[in-house]
Design a protein around this ligand. Structure first.
Ligand code: FES
Ligand code: FES
Length: 213
């Protein structure tokens, strides 16, 4: 049975009135939410002082800024590369207080007082660091994009082996660790090379470690 005309009209009126009420009620809430969102998006700045390649640096940073972005965008040290920005490729590896680190996973404000070495701190074209020279000699790169991170890791890996830090493939944890190809490959596994220069990188590192490639 069709509803009476009066009832149909009154139902439509109720719907319109309800929609208008909801819109009116939500308008101030939405405006307030927008204000709150804008406020929460405002950057929180913090001062940070660090030493980069032997030079004291002091700067104000957005607390959300990664060490990688500070190095590249603020300090214009673009040798350190951004590959994945998610800790998966190793292109952004730098040495912080003697340990290698993915700079894309670390906030700059965490490094107050840190000593940071990037690829720019290793050598110059006229005076290469031994690891840089070995990479050149053994053809350890093709496009070179991963190379700064590879070299920072390579230098640190040899230090880790010397310091007696074990890896997943270290069979005897009580013996001195040797920079074997297996140890080098395992310890360098966080540094991805799209060009596939891996075997030449192992040769370069083996030579710097004083072993036969
Ligand atoms: S850019 Fe940091 S690990 Fe890939
Ligand atoms: S040399 Fe090209 S990505 Fe490694």
């Amino acid at each position: 049975m069709a509803p009476p005309k009066e009832l149909e009209l009154s139902r439509r009126d109720v719907m319109i009135a309800a929609a208008a009420t909801a819109a009116a009620a939500s308008a101030p809430v939405a405006a307030g939410a927008q204000t709150a969102t804008a406020a929460s998006r405002a950057p929180t700045m913090a001062a940070v002082a660090m030493t980069v390649n032997g030079q004291a640096k002091r700067l104000d940073v957005d607390t959300r800024t990664t060490l990688l972005d500070v190095l590249r965008e603020r300090l214009e040290m673009t040798g350190t590369k951004k590959g994945c920005d998610h800790g998966q490729c190793g292109a952004c590896t730098v040495i912080v207080d003697g340990r290698r680190m993915n700079s894309c996973l670390s906030l700059a404000v965490m490094h107050e007082g840190s000593e940071i070495t990037t690829i720019e701190g290793f050598g110059s074209p006229d005076n290469l660091h031994p690891m840089q020279a070995a990479f050149v000699k053994h053809d350890g790169y093709q496009c070179g994009y991963c190379t700064p991170g590879q070299i920072c890791s390579a230098v640190s890996v040899l230090e880790e082996i010397k310091a007696g830090i074990p890896s997943h493939v270290s069979a005897d944890l009580t013996a001195a660790f040797e920079p074997t190809a297996d140890e080098i490959r395992e310890r360098m596994s966080g540094n991805i090379c799209r060009c596939g220069a891996y075997s030449n990188i192992v040769d370069a590192m083996t030579e710097v470690a004083g072993r036969r490639a």
